[in-house]
Design a protein around this ligand. Sequence first.
Ligand SMILES: Cc1cc2nc3c(=O)[nH]c(=O)nc-3n(C[C@H](O)[C@H](O)[C@H](O)COP(=O)(O)O)c2cc1C
Length: 203
Amino acid sequence: MKHIIFAVTGGSGAPIACRTLELLLAADDVRVTMMMSDYAKDVFRAESGMDLGKTQAELAAGLAKRFKLNSRFELMDIRNMAARVSSGSVQNEGMIIAPCSMSSLGTIANGITMNLIHRAANVMLKEKRQLIVVPRESPYSPIHLKNMLELAQIGVHIVPATTAFYHNPKTVGDMVDFVVMKVLDLAGVQHGLDKRWKGMEAD
Ligand SMILES: Cc1cc2nc3c(=O)[nH]c(=O)nc-3n(C[C@H](O)[C@H](O)[C@H](O)COP(=O)(O)O)c2cc1C
């Protein structure tokens, strides 16, 4: 059983977070520990109409209403720095942050921990485990680029929240699925998405 930490921060991209969670839950060999920042809840309200409340109980109830949560899923409070995922002694196969705000990205790149998301990401870095981030901003400032380079140079997968067009997307869902496919491929999670380049005959 693969144990993956899934964090959602306040970058634009609620549909990417939703689809990633759906497919993590659908993979029957994956255990998910999820965390969501307060700003991620604001973004969900703005982009998906989902009201995830203010408290942890309201967040749990909101997620349970929208997703098919199962016994392999657990939700952590980002204020609980004593949660299991805050320690490198607890084994897991890596972490996905989707979307990843520039604020969380910069915090992690500079080794700072303001909440459990940053702490768990720091654990990934110190234990040399897989960390996949899906940054979303446009345009990027030199500071954003520097932070991304910092992380990329120590092995973090930077998967921008950017679709390709070679799979001929017809819907927003097709575009979202392209990004999510890239993330899940890197994480080694089985999924049914096929938004791949099919090749082209040479002239
Ligand atoms: C609707 C909405 C969209 C946002 N989009 C982005 C974004 O695309 N990228 C980003 O870095 N911040 C974005 N922000 C700002 C972040 O939410 C803000 O910087 C916050 O402090 C991030 O904190 P967090 O990383 O703890 O979630 C957005 C905020 C809102 C309300």
